[in-house]
Design a protein around this ligand. Structure first.
Ligand SMILES: O=C(O)[C@H](O)[C@H](O)COP(=O)(O)O
Ligand SMILES: [Mg+2]
Length: 300
């Protein structure tokens, strides 16, 4: 549906749907809440992606979920019988690694990175040559005690110059405590993979990366540089890597303050909000009126 200055209108028939499809040659798909909820593939996802492929549309997958690397995501797609190549996938872990390399200009082999998050964050940083600490290290699963933590026994690692923090479903006091020690050092940069407050799962809304990163921000009194949607550096990376014509692109997402902002502030041709994830029908009426050409469908 197209949103002008009136309330959102549903895409209710094939004529409106065809007019919508004809506007774009590229669809940027969010993943959590749009394609799937955790390991539950949402209805018609395979059929819709296959149809778009058959129409010659380019598909790019843009997720704020940093728990898996882009390569691991190709395996998740394959587990659903959907063939996707790594260069079609951009996630907040990769966007954070690009930020560390190209904006912070940290030096692999010299600068080490402490990660708060799951394997995807460390994998993307290590692919760029950085040594990472923390993350999935099993010693962090142990109860925290200042007297026994192996991460404090010999003092902090002096070569750590950056913390990258994202969603960690094994969040605990040990991880929060050691990460805070690094954030209390003035020479250590603070990077957040994404700002999402919640994470959609089938039947549940769970704490998201942002709720953990903001906990570290609160305890350290510092603000992170968030790299995922709606950060425009992430969009610029995608546009240049895929040589996209922004006016012919549509961002499909389930969250207003990341996906829709990403599309609108990135001046993409259009956005499509689905209601199978975070946003609910009643939330649509809060949409700011000045979002041009916003396409919304009530797929729930
Ligand atoms: O908490 C998070 O990290 C996010 O909710 C989640 O990963 C969002 O992923 P997306 O909807 O951008 O695919
Ligand atoms: Mg989503």
């Amino acid at each position: 549906m197209t949103m002008t200055n009136s309330d959102p209108i549903k895409i209710t028939n094939t004529e409106i749907a065809q007019e919508f499809l004809d506007k774009y040659d590229t669809f940027l798909f969010d993943c959590d809440g749009v394609l799937w909820l955790g390991n539950h593939l949402l209805p018609n996802t395979k059929e819709i992606l296959a149809k778009l492929n058959s129409l010659g549309k380019q598909l790019v997958f843009v997720t704020n979920n940093s728990t898996k690397s882009r390569l691991s995501y190709t395996k998740k797609f394959a587990s659903f019988g959907i063939e996707v190549t790594q260069d079609q996938i951009f996630n907040s872990g990769y966007a954070s690694a690009v930020y560390v390399r190209d904006f912070l200009k940290l030096v692999p082999g010299k600068d080490k990175i402490w990660t708060f998050g799951e394997s995807g964050v460390a994998e993307e940083l290590e692919l760029m040559g950085y040594e990472t600490l923390g993350g999935s290290d099993a010693r962090l699963d142990e109860p925290f005690d200042v007297a026994t933590s192996p991460f404090l026994a010999n003092g902090l690692d002096e070569d750590v110059t950056c913390v990258v923090a994202g969603l960690d479903t094994k969040v605990n006091y040990h991880r929060l405590a050691i990460t805070l020690q690094y954030l209390r050092k003035e020479n250590v940069h603070f990077v957040g993979t994404n700002v999402d407050s919640t994470f959609p799962q089938k039947g549940y809304i769970l704490p998201g990366a942002g709720s953990m990163v903001e906990s570290l921000a609160f305890s350290s009194g510092r603000r992170p540089a968030y790299c995922g949607k709606p950060n425009m550096n992430m969009l610029n990376t995608i546009v240049s890597a895929k040589k996209l014509e922004k006016s012919k692109c549509c961002m499909v997402g389930d969250r207003l303050n990341t996906d829709m902002r990403f599309g609108v502030e990135g001046k993409l041709g259009g956005t499509l909000l689905v209601l199978s994830g975070i946003e609910l029908k009643k939330g649509l009426w809060k949409l700011p009126k000045n979002i041009p050409d916003q396409n919304i469908t009530l797929k729930s």
